[in-house]
Design a protein around this ligand. Sequence first.
Ligand code: 3HC
Length: 290
Amino acid sequence: MNIDDVKNICVVGAGNMGHQISLHCAIKGFNTVCTDISEDQLKKAESFVDSYLPGRVKKGKMTEDEAKAARSRIRFTSDLKDAAKDSDYVIEAAIEVLALKRKVFADLDKIAPPHAILATNSSAIVSSRIADVTNRKDKVLNLHFFNPALVMKLVEVVQGPHVSDETTKISMDLCRRLDKVSVHVKKEVKGFLLNRILLRIFEEAEWMLEMDVASVEDIDKACVFGAGHPMGPFTLMDLTGLDLAYTMGLESFRETGDPAQLPKPHLVEHFVKGEFGQKTGKGWYDYTKK
Ligand code: 3HC
């Protein structure tokens, strides 16, 4: 198999990452099916597509024909079987719960054609913790996009010990066809490349907040105006989701037993109130007032 055999992509999960990954695949010429167990999430994803594409045309970033063609290449369904049965490449972008991902991959292994590559967009869970539920371990890897997936160029291609060179090459080639910049992560290290760095920044930012060294706003300002970051760590967490930060902290604690990995009190406070960031209107900042 090579990249020319990849025509149909299935994206599992229509949330923060999944809806943009699937739209990006469709824009770049792949027949794409986006699936989610939540009809509500699928409706939101579809209405995003229906406002985003005309917006690109209006902005002069896309012709009307290109937008129409992209729209015709993407569809939405809550039926995983229907979504994955003809796929050549699957990108799972469901929530960060290991047991759930293992169940999804076990199902995908039964549904997707034997040649199909099964990738996870997980932010933290390495594919070797998932691959053993399939009969195609060599075709199961991490393909990690960044938020917002339509914009951020980087994709990490993580080659765990079970992943074949062919799967890695096709995945790197796929990134090129998606007009992304891929990096080959040769070992399954925790956090891969960029999250490993970003999480250190988030952690320090949160500790400074916990110790009342400075406010959310001032810590963000320091990173933007002193280090040239496009947005500060708290604004970035609001974009990627406080639910994700919380779940990642818990998973990390389960994995290492290190209490320092547990979500910090302010983060827990937002999480229990359902304040997950931009998507709920409130997180570290209040977006309902803007
Ligand atoms: N969805 C889609 N497109 C978006 C967008 C969104 N949420 N936000 C901005 N854009 C697009 C705009 O449409 C615009 O596109 P155009 O230039 O082609 O018309 C372009 O991005 C620039 O937008 P703006 O001028 O409105 O805003 P900024 O210049 O401030 O850029 C940003 C917004 C691209 C989000 C920028 O602030 C940025 O790069 N922030 C850092 C993002 C980042 O670090 N992401 C990684 C997060 S970590 C992660 O995802 C890992 C995961 O495992 C958690």
